[in-house]
Design a protein. Structure first.
Length: 414
């Protein structure tokens, strides 16, 4: 039996027991997990240092940033577990209740999904977020992280498993696939009957491989080709602050922007100074013809650039005639993740918020807030860019399904 099938079987076996763990016990375990992570911070950083040392030979700066853990990041991850513990338990929640004329009483209630498979790259924070959210919602989790983070992930799972054991919770609750060969992913994609849903988190190639080849239902967490449109009425200092934050606060994040669209009149007034601010932040600008006319030392954007998720200090710039041209560009190039308008025109803001097809649309705020922690979910399992089952940052309710409970008194159908 392969490692994937063995661990998927263990996870499947844990699901009936997990569905009946009390909210109080789960919350206590989550708080204990947070304590254990903080207590073991030096050990986690030591394991992470080994991964970073190997990664410097082959990973980009943005991927190294995603891989890296330090005391501050571990504290934030632990805090995420505590926030999850403090949130209402969705399991058993009655979504709808009604009676039929024949006397049947029908109740629609939240239940776990079952076994959730997470396929992700060099992001060890995902390991903890996934465990916390899945455990709280009564799901077992089968983790397949990238090889670049294997030492970190193994150490984290060992720590969390020790906590589960101390609470005498099912041993199959957390399963980490340690085989980093591509074949382990291919095997997970075909484990219908073992895995109830797959959630890929990573680059476009990983997500497309899972979508195209999986026989297990998939929730797509899409790449983030995110845009900001600066309208002519935008307040210049606000526009600059938001645009810079959305690009440089953490360029490796999927909710950072890749393209800045600027109203032509605003661009004439403000683009040279705005471009200087980006250059000061070490951002390479790639522009269209009209942008380069205003900022001659800007590089020329290729047709491929508008559809590229850089996750790096690179930003496309395009000057547009107004809102309609900005909307047309976004429709053509958006991955339906996060889009923003900066404007003081309420009508344009409302039009943008209503017409843009994305999981999160912003008016006068950075796209960097598309995040489970920032939304108050404690953490997120991913940011769904699809429309069925879940959309946007996926917290506790999105990791549940529902079933109908029907109570009768001897009714038969005639």
């Amino acid at each position: 039996m392969s490692e994937v099938i063995l661990k998927a079987t263990l996870a499947r076996g844990a699901t009936p027991l997990l569905a009946n763990v009390s909210a109080k016990r789960k919350n206590e375990a989550l708080d204990r997990m947070a304590d254990a992570l903080l207590r073991n911070t030096p050990n986690i950083i030591e394991a992470n240092a080994a991964d970073l040392a190997r990664g410097r030979e082959k990973l980009s700066a943005s991927l190294l940033d995603r891989l890296m853990l330090n005391e501050k990041r571990i504290e934030a991850i632990a805090q995420g577990l505590r926030l999850i513990a403090g949130l209402p338990d969705p399991l058993g929640e009655t979504l709808q209740e009604f009676s039929r004329p024949n006397g049947l009483r029908i109740e629609k209630v939240r239940v776990p999904l079952g076994v959730i498979g997470i396929i992700y790259e060099a992001r060890p924070n995902v390991t903890v977020d996934a465990v916390g959210l899945c455990f709280k919602t009564g799901n077992a989790v089968l983790l397949r992280g990238g090889s670049a983070a294997i030492n970190t992930n193994k150490r984290i799972v060992e720590i969390l498993d020790e906590v589960l054991a101390s609470f005498e919770l099912p041993a199959g609750t957390i399963q980490l696939i340690e085989n980093s060969d591509r074949a382990s992913i291919d095997e997970m994609l075909k484990l219908k009957g073992y895995i109830d849903v797959l959630i890929p988190r990573g680059g476009a190639s990983l997500i497309q491989n899972v979508l195209k080849n999986s026989s297990v239902p998939v929730i797509e967490t899409g790449t983030g080709i995110c845009h900001i449109f600066i309208d002519n009425s935008a307040e210049p200092s606000m526009a600059r602050a938001i645009a810079l934050n959305a690009k440089v606060q953490r360029p490796s994040a999927c909710n950072s922007i890749e393209t800045l669209l600027i109203h032509e009149e605003f661009a004439v007034r403000e683009l040279p100074d705005l471009a200087a601010a980006f250059r000061e932040a070490n951002v390479e600008l790639r522009g269209d013809r009209r942008s380069i006319e205003l900022v001659p030392d800007m590089n020329t954007a290729s047709s491929e650039d508008w559809d590229t998720e850089y996750n790096d200090y690179i930003l496309n710039v395009r000057v547009v005639s107004g809102l309609e041209e900005a909307l047309t560009h976004i429709r053509a190039h958006s991955t339906k993740h996060s889009e923003c308008i900066i404007t003081e025109d309420d009508r344009n803001a409302l039009l943008f918020l209503n017409e843009v097809d994305a999981s999160a649309v912003y008016h006068n705020a950075s796209t960097r807030f598309t995040d489970g922690f920032e939304f108050g979910f404690g953490a997120e399992i991913g940011i769904s860019t699809q429309k069925l089952h879940a959309r946007g940052p996926m917290g506790l309710p999105e990791l549940t399904s529902y079933k109908y409970k029907i109570t009768g008194s001897g009714q038969i159908r005639r």
